[in-house]
Ligand binder design. Structure first.
Ligand SMILES: [Fe+2]
Length: 255
């Protein structure tokens, strides 16, 4: 089985890349299942119902989120009525949505890291429960671990080695060159990158991003536009959920 993971879709350029290129990319790569992280789809801050529906219609089986889950205030009710869009499982259980769903024999989990993102519960506590719950339904389990720190993401991959199919890091928007299969058969990449404009500061317009760093004043960031790419990872696994390959994906869309 081949699972295509599309990293953080950022703003209109990222959405356009998904809409125009994901269907053919899925076909070219022979992907049986596709997961898209959509937490930055709405101008870098969260996602809306309309945008989620468009990404699903473009070929995503499941959309995962992250620290911008509540970035669009009207989105919360949508989460109550879907098992195709997942919020991090370690947010408060008193919020709408779920963090684990199984479709077509693939369990997808969304989880938020501790460092600088302040989840409700430690992901290292939540994940044991979720892996038990997922394993009861299918051996193919993919975690989108949305976290800032490289160390935390590497630690999670090692903690889950042999228990899940893949641990795919997101959030930093910079793809790491460590796509690999660990000893126990778990595919891992510390960060799968960003689907959006790379002529930018992690997706945002350079001018405003620099102004923030140079002045320390709050500055509204806008999505940039150049060097649009789809980034992510392709994981191949056997029917028992063991990964056999893990490859970084990078597809140029617009100069
Ligand atoms: Fe994020």
């Amino acid at each position: 089985m081949k699972i295509l993971f599309v990293a953080d879709v950022f703003g209109a350029p990222g959405r356009r890349a998904v809409e125009t290129r994901l269907p053919s990319l899925r076909e070219e790569l022979g992907a049986d299942f596709c997961i898209v992280n959509g937490e930055n789809a709405a101008a870098g801050r969260g996602i809306t119902a309309k945008l989620a529906d468009k990404i699903l219609a473009s070929g995503a089986d499941v959309i995962t989120l992250g620290n911008w889950t509540w970035g669009q205030s009207e989105f919360a009710p949508y989460l109550s009525g879907t098992d195709r869009v997942l919020r991090p499982a370690n947010l408060s259980p008193r919020t709408p949505g779920i963090g684990l769903a199984v479709h077509d024999g693939v369990a997808v989990i969304s989880l938020l890291g501790v460092f600088s993102l302040d989840p409700f519960e430690s992901p290292f506590v939540t994940i044991d429960r979720l892996v038990d719950e997922a394993s009861a339904q299918t051996p193919v389990i993919v975690l989108d671990f949305h976290a800032e720190a490289t160390s935390e993401k590497v630690a999670m991959a090692r903690y889950l080695d042999g228990r899940v199919t893949a641990v795919l890091g997101t959030h930093t928007h910079v793809q790491t060159s460590d796509a690999r299969v660990l000893k126990g058969g778990t595919a891992a990449i510390t960060d799968a990158g960003m689907t959006g404009p790379h002529d930018s500061v992690i997706g945002s317009d350079e001018h405003n991003a620099l102004k923030r760093f140079l002045t320390g004043m709050p500055t509204r960031l806008e999505p940039a536009s150049g060097d649009v790419r789809i980034e992510g990872a392709l994981v191949e696994c056997t029917a028992d959920g063991r990964a056999t390959s893990c490859t970084a994906v990078r597809v140029e869309i617009e100069p």
